[in-house]
Design a binder for this molecule. Sequence first.
Ligand code: B1M
Length: 213
Amino acid sequence: MPENILNRLKDAVLKYDVESAVEAANEVIKTGFDPLEAIEQGLGDGLRIVGEKFEAGEIFLPELMIAAQAMKQSLAILKPALTEGTSIKALGRVVIGTVEGDIHDIGKTIVAAMLTASGFEVYDLGCDTPTSKFVDTVKDVEADIIGMSALLTTTMPKMTEVVNALNKAGLRDKVKVVVGGAPVSAAWAKEIKADAYAEDAIAAVNVAKKLLQ
Ligand code: B1M
């Protein structure tokens, strides 16, 4: 059964079949299957393969967009199950967003949901987030952590811009900076003087907890 549902989620994304993806996601909820496993190993695996096909020139943007829709609509169904049972005791405040110029928000949304589920108070700024919006929100909510996501190599420098803007606003020593996203690495985090890099949503939660100890 678990294999079956994971395959159905993966196949739905691979076949650009939004309806089947939504159907399988509803079944995950109905059967009490682990929503994170469904996202990471079902939908996520499908989307990774679609990404490789796109890179190889085997498929084009319209297919990529439909596959992303299948993932997003299923994610909307699975997300509440990720955050269920969250207690109000906030471990800390996290401002999170995808950097300016970058509209990839699926991974960031998963990270935000996992942080919420783990007891953090999360302010999700969405995607294509201007640097000033990051800085203003960090200031307004007195954030403990700022999380930035980038999926494009061309938008990674926006992370540096945000770090510089935090410095300029006198906020850098008040907030920990965590970065992530497929092209981002620990070496990049070090280069831009971020406090940490997180590879995935689970790592992001562990890193956030560790930084606030
Ligand atoms: Co685009 N795209 N895309 N895309 N897309 C990539 C990123 C790409 C690698 C595809 C490829 O060529 N193989 C490539 C980037 C190449 C590069 O720069 N190196 C690419 C490109 C080129 C583009 C366009 C430029 C295409 C075009 O227009 N010609 C365009 C960019 C538009 C823009 O942003 N300005 C574009 C558009 C799109 C869609 C809109 C169609 C869609 C996004 C829909 C959406 O997000 N709402 C899309 C998609 C779906 C992808 C791929 C296939 C999948 C991304 C994804 O959602 N993965 C992607 C290929 C790939 O990544 N292999 C690709 C699933 C998600 C769960 O994983 O986002 O990695 P991920 O998140 C993970 C971790 O990275 C980590 O945790 C998450 C959960 O495990 N993580 C963090 C992420 N953020 C974190 C933050 C943290 C910590 C961890 O702390 C704060």
